[in-house]
Design a protein. Structure first.
Length: 198
C-alpha cells in the first residue's frame, strides 16, 4: 500500500523532530494475514521501550508459539497520525508513561513473490524512554501473556529466533507462523542496526 501524501509529510516532520530513520525495503513471505492484510490499517508502530536499566521490553501473546517474544507493535488506523498511534498504543499495551526519543526505522514490506510491487505494509519504529507508570497491558484484548527485558545487543538473537520459527499454520494470524516470524524478524534487526549506529 502506497503511503498517502499527508503520511509522507508527517514522516518528514517526525524525522526533523526525532532524527532520520533507517529506511529499509524488505521482501517477505506473505502467507499470513495478520497484520499485513487487516483492513483497518496500512501499517504499525513498533515501540522500543527502554526501561531505566537500559534494557528494552519484549512481549509474548497467549497464542504465539512458545518463546516468540518480540518488540511490541500496534496498528495505525486509517486517517490516524503515526505519532498519535505510537502514543496510544504504547499506553494501551504497556501502561507506562514514556517519552519519545528517536525515530529509529521505517520499513516497507513487499511480497517475496513480487519484490518490486507496491508495499503490503509499513512499520515505523521509535525509541521511547520509560518515565513512570506500572508495566501491564491496559487493553485485555491485546492478549499479552508476559514481558521480558533484553539488552539492545540481544535483538539480533531475538530476530534469529523469530526468523527460525518452525510452527506451521494457525487461525490466529490467518496463515503460517514461519512466514510471520520472518516478517517480525525484520524490525528487530533494523532497530538493532539503528541503535548500534548511534
Amino acid at each position: 500500500m502506497e503511503l498517502l501524501p499527508e503520511t509522507r509529510r508527517e514522516i518528514e516532520r517526525l524525522a526533523r523532530r526525532f532524527g532520520d530513520p533507517l529506511v529499509i525495503e524488505s521482501a517477505i513471505p506473505d502467507h499470513f494475514d495478520d497484520p499485513i492484510r487487516k483492513p483497518d490499517r496500512y501499517g504499525e508502530v513498533c515501540m522500543v521501550v527502554r526501561r531505566p536499566s537500559g534494557a528494552v521490553l519484549l512481549a509474548i501473546k497467549t497464542f504465539y508459539p512458545r518463546g516468540a517474544y518480540r518488540l511490541p507493535t500496534g496498528g495505525i488506523h486509517r486517517g490516524e497520525a503515526i505519532l498519535d498511534a505510537l502514543l496510544r498504543e504504547t499506553h494501551e499495551e504497556t501502561g507506562l508513561r514514556t517519552e519519545v526519543r528517536r525515530f529509529l526505522s521505517r520499513i516497507a514490506y513487499h511480497s517475496l513473490e513480487a519484490p518490486t510491487s507496491t508495499p503490503l505494509f509499513h512499520s515505523f519504529a521509535f525509541l521511547l524512554d520509560e518515565i513512570g507508570g506500572t508495566l501491564g497491558a491496559l487493553d485485555p484484548t491485546e492478549q499479552i501473556e508476559d514481558w521480558r527485558e533484553v539488552a539492545i545487543a540481544d535483538l539480533p538473537r531475538v530476530a534469529d529466533y523469530l526468523d527460525g520459527l518452525r510452527t506451521q499454520g494457525t487461525q490466529d494470524i490467518g496463515g503460517d507462523w514461519r512466514a510471520w516470524g520472518k516478517f517480525r524478524a525484520v524490525v528487530h534487526r533494523a532497530v538493532h542496526q539503528a541503535l548500534a549506529s548511534g
